[in-house]
Write a protein that binds this ligand. Structure first.
Ligand code: BG6
Length: 293
């Protein structure tokens, strides 16, 4: 299918009725719906679905730079580029193919990209939707350059939540984090699950591979499984920053939370011919909250 700018999008569906939509603009997942038709990713009502900027929502890909600590544009160029579809992708593993639909997208640097980041790479992104509704993103980045290069990376995942004040994250307790709101100062998280009552922009370091985001009001838990992605960025712009973003509604911070599997603190270095894999799996399961203490 095409979006209203004529850019190709791929819709994946499973036999149960779950779906995911992936845009060639940025290789960005722009929708992920459960078999009951509920949208699980946040998209701003003021999102602009037009290059050159990434759409505000879904899962933009930050590569080869996260944030603005580098010479490139904020979060790197990958999210702003038009990717291509690999029409003859390598098949799924036979043990893993039941009821699964997938697409492979490819990004290679343009002349223009090579001027600001002079490293040849081939980036293959596989997005798949399983029979149980699980969404998996696998990024394989290969150095096809004569020299080593380094990059940072994040799956900038906008989760849709009922009300940010009812949400907590489990799995980041006791970790060290760098706080982007105070000169990247290093702190240690206390023992409690993380809850939200003001702006948050943090990089949690050396995190476990499974993290849960519990939405109490909607009785839904997002389970985030990741591999190759030691860090986690947690971001909510809250009131003031929301008002400053032109493609984001003033009140929308209440309905979203970004929890981004990432490799940032220690950049990934690839020698010529080497390949890196970063994998993200998202599931949304009904949560059973225990009411009897
Ligand atoms: C977050 C960063 O992940 O992305 C924030 O930690 C940033 O600092 C946010 O503001 C949004 O970035 P952008 O470029 O998509 O507006």
């Amino acid at each position: 299918t095409k979006d209203w700018n004529g850019i190709d999008q791929i819709v994946l569906r499973n036999p149960q009725g779950a779906s995911a939509r992936v845009s060639l603009h940025g290789g960005q997942v722009t929708s992920w719906r459960s078999d009951r038709g509920e949208e699980l990713l946040f998209t701003s009502n003021k999102a602009i679905f037009k290059p050159p900027k990434a759409m505000r929502g879904g899962i933009p890909i930050c590569f080869p730079q996260f944030g603005n600590c580098g010479s490139l544009e904020q979060h790197g160029f990958a999210r702003n580029k038009i990717w291509t579809i690999d029409k003859k992708p390598p098949p799924l593993h036979p043990n893993d193919s039941l009821g699964k639909s997938f697409v492979d997208l490819v990004l290679k640097p343009s002349e223009e990209d090579l001027k600001c980041w002079p490293h040849s790479f081939e980036y293959r992104l596989r997005v798949s939707l399983a029979a149980d509704g699980k969404l998996t993103l696998i990024s394989r980045i290969r150095n096809i350059n004569g020299k080593p290069f380094s990059f940072s990376f994040a799956y900038h995942t906008y989760l849709s939540v009922s009300d940010i004040s009812e949400v907590r994250i489990e799995g980041l307790e006791t970790l060290d984090y760098l706080d982007n709101l105070c000169q990247r100062e290093r702190f240690t998280e206390q023992g409690d699950a993380i809850t939200f009552e003001s702006e948050v922009d943090r990089l949690y370091l050396s995190s476990p591979n499974v993290i849960a985001v519990l939405d109490h009001e909607r009785k839904r838990t997002y389970v985030i499984r990741k591999e190759g992605l030691p860090d986690v960025v947690v971001w909510n712009p809250w009131e003031k920053k929301s008002r400053a973003m032109s493609d984001f509604g003033d009140e929308e911070y209440k309905q979203m939370l970004c929890v981004n599997g990432a490799a940032i603190q220690k950049p990934i270095t690839l020698k010529p011919g080497e390949e890196w894999t970063g994998r993200l799996e998202l599931t949304a399961v009904p949560s059973s909250f225990c009411s009897e203490g």
